[in-house]
Ligand binder design. Structure first.
Ligand code: GAP
Length: 444
């Protein structure tokens, strides 16, 4: 009997697995932690890099009309005045004077009652700017104030013309960027879902206004397919949320949501941003941000379709989607039921794609060279400590799709046993066919 992931996956179990196996830790834990900041351990960083790379190849490397950018985190403060962040990037917060908890007004079911203790003794709503502030240079005054970027897309708009000229792109084309963003969230919560420091993966697609809605539909479909086909998230755990209230300059906006253990949550937004950003940067910088269309002999601000997702949220969704516990396969007669925890990660993004496990340390001489060969092509790990059962369990918990066991028979038949994480089936594969067998299972 295999239970479904959503029945069993709680945030507590996920957080505990992430800590135990080195995916994600609370930042500065020995000092009591710091709310809204997280450290990625050895398997977490590998998973995150693999997911980022999958996005980058899907958005940039596999297309001729999208190019990359890696901008600085701190930009000229005028960037954030032009974008509207300094003036308008506020959440309304209220404090409970009894339990001292702070809440975002827009997230309270009853804005008159504290959701934690039920008290009605709440402060009046106050505006709270989410920009993280710092100072550049030795003088700490307003004149030298600067901000950590609140979204990665603004530098894309600022550099639009430089990138266009350097890359010789013509409309329609996109610019993509992956990098850290910082928001002083009032209520960071649900593990890495809402953090104060996180990674965004954004792509701004510049096009003619007449074609913009077609491109919007195109990108919305592409992004949906990324989750279902590449990340292998079942479509019943995903949904599209159409925005009813749109910014004055926007014509359409949808969110792709995932069913997290705590409920539905946004993973990505696909937005029609009109010509707002380029016009605003033109107004604030005084630099002409229009595009010259040689064929039509026209100058105009391109319309922008944006795809914007959070890498940390995406990884959290991947972990939640992959978390399973099964009982029957490990149940032994007369013994208490033993729960096997398994992360069913898609092989393309699993931190370890293949583990090499010699049945005994006496087989090191045969198993180690095999491991060194396989690690050239796959993310591989070697483990010769403890019983084979325990080693399989450990690999199951970190999501390793295939384990290769070298046993004494290997010395006779030049073959190894390949164990499948999900089915727990074992297959004997000849050493000469192993590389292509694994590649087939991992890359197809
Ligand atoms: N440029 C548009 C923009 O930034 P957003 O909806 O504010 O739009 C886009 O953010 C994505 O960034 C979200 O869908 C989410 O995945 C991620 N994100 C936003 N705030 C986050 C936070 N505090 N912690 C983690 N991820 C966050």
């Amino acid at each position: 009997m295999v239970q479904t992931a959503t029945e069993q996956t709680t945030m507590e179990k996920l957080v505990s697995l992430c800590k135990r196996r080195g995916f994600v830790f609370q930042s500065s834990e020995i000092y009591g932690g710091i709310n809204g900041f997280w450290d990625y351990g050895p398997y977490g960083v590998t998973l995150r890099r693999a997911v980022e790379q999958l996005w980058w190849s899907e958005i940039v490397e596999d297309r001729d009309n999208v190019v990359g950018l890696d901008s600085s985190v701190i930009c000229h403060p005028e960037v954030w005045r032009a974008s509207g962040h300094i003036e308008k990037f506020f959440d309304l917060m209220v404090d409970c004077t009894d339990c001292k908890h702070r809440h975002r007004l827009d997230q309270m079911e009853d804005p008159e009652v504290c959701p934690d203790c039920g008290s009605r003794n709440l402060t009046a709503p106050r505006e709270f700017n989410l920009m993280m502030k710092t100072y550049v240079g030795p003088i700490f005054d307003e004149e030298h104030a600067a901000y950590l970027r609140a979204e990665t897309c603004q530098p894309i708009f600022v550099d639009f013309d430089l990138v266009r000229i350097a890359s010789r792109q013509k409309l329609p084309f996109g610019i993509a960027q992956v990098g850290k963003a910082f928001r002083n969230e009032v209520t960071p919560r649900y593990f890495t879902f809402r953090s104060r420091e996180f990674v965004q993966m954004e792509m701004e697609f510049f096009c003619r206004d007449n074609d913009a809605m077609e491109w919007f539909e195109y990108w919305r479909e592409q992004r949906w397919r990324y989750y279902t086909d590449l990340l292998k998230i079942p479509s019943d755990k995903l949904r599209i949320h159409e925005h009813e209230q749109l910014a004055h300059y926007a014509k359409a906006a949808v969110d792709i949501e995932f069913q997290f253990p705590f409920g539905w949550g946004e993973m990505e937004g696909v937005h029609h941003r009109g010509t707002y950003d380029l016009s605003r940067h033109e107004e604030y910088s005084g630099k002409d941000m229009k595009y010259f269309d040689q064929e039509a002999n026209e100058r105009f601000h391109p319309t922008v379709i944006e795809t914007s997702c959070g890498l940390d949220r995406m990884c959290l969704a991947i972990l939640a989607n992959g978390y399973y516990e099964d009982l029957a396969e490990t149940k032994k007669e007369g013994k208490e039921q033993d729960v096997r925890v398994v992360l069913r990660l898609a092989p393309a993004i699993a931190p370890v794609q293949v583990a090499v496990l010699p049945l005994s340390k006496k087989l090191t001489e045969n198993a180690e060279p095999l491991y060194h060969k396989l690690r050239k092509r796959f993310r591989a790990e070697y483990d010769d400590g403890g019983s084979i059962g325990k080693r399989y369990r450990r690999q199951d918990e970190i999501g390793t799709p295939l384990c290769v066991t070298v046993d004494f028979e290997t010395l006779e038949d030049n073959a190894v046993t390949v164990r499948d994480r999900d089915e727990m089936t074992q297959e004997r594969v000849g050493l000469d066919a192993l590389d292509s067998y694994l590649a087939d299972r991992i890359f197809s």
